[in-house]
Write a protein that binds this ligand. Structure first.
Ligand code: UDP
Length: 143
C-alpha cells in the first residue's frame, strides 16, 4: 500500500456553483481523506507564486485573474496512490477532453476555468501543501 498525500484546489468557479460538498463527496467516495482544508481569497502574489512554473505563458495573466476572482477551497488529501487517483477523478486539464463523470467534465466552464487543481506528482504535492498549510494544520488520518 502506498499512502500518499496530494494537494487540491476547488477553484473560484466551482465554489461559486456551491459545489464544494459535491466535490468533497467525490473525494471521499474514491477513498481520499481530507487531512487539511480551508477557504482562501488568494492575493495576486499568492496566485502568481503558486503558478510560477507558468510565468510568461500566454494564459498566465488570465489564470491569475481567474484564481483571484473569488474564494477557493484548498485541501490536502491522503490515501492510496492519492496523486494518481485524484488526477483520475479530476479528468483532463481541458474539459473538452475530460471523461464523463470526472470533476472537470461536470464543473469546468473552460480550459482556464476548469474547476479544480490537483498535484501532478508527490514532489509537487509536498511543495503545494507546504505553500498553504503548516505541519500543525495537517491531521494525518492513516495512523
Ligand atoms: N491553463 C490555461 N490554459 C492553458 C493551459 C492551462 O488556462 O492552455 C490553466 C488551467 O486552469 C490549468 C492551469 O492553467 O488547470 C495549470 O495548467 P497545467 O498544465 O499545470 O494543468 P493541470 O495540472 O491543472 O491539469
Amino acid at each position: 500500500m502506498t499512502i500518499e498525500r496530494t494537494f487540491s484546489i476547488i477553484k473560484p468557479n466551482a465554489v461559486a456553483k456551491n459545489a464544494i460538498g459535491a466535490i468533497y463527496a467525490r473525494f471521499e467516495t474514491a477513498g481520499l481523506k481530507i487531512v487539511a482544508a480551508k477557504m482562501v481569497q488568494l492575493t495576486r502574489e499568492q496566485a502568481e507564486g503558486f503558478y510560477a512554473e507558468h510565468l510568461g505563458k500566454p494564459f498566465f495573466d488570465g489564470l491569475v485573474g481567474f484564481m483571484t476572482s473569488g474564494p477557493v477551497m484548498v485541501q490536502a488529501l491522503e490515501g492510496e496512490e492519492a496523486v494518481r487517483r485524484h488526477r483520475e477523478i479530476m479528468g483532463a486539464t481541458n474539459p473538452d477532453n475530460a471523461l464523463a463523470g470526472t470533476l472537470r467534465a461536470d464543473y469546468a466552464d473552460s480550459l482556464t476555468e476548469n474547476a479544480v487543481h490537483g498535484s501532478d506528482s508527490t514532489e509537487s504535492a509536498a511543495r503545494e501543501i507546504a505553500y498553504f498549510f503548516t505541519e500543525s494544520e495537517i491531521c494525518p488520518r492513516t495512523r
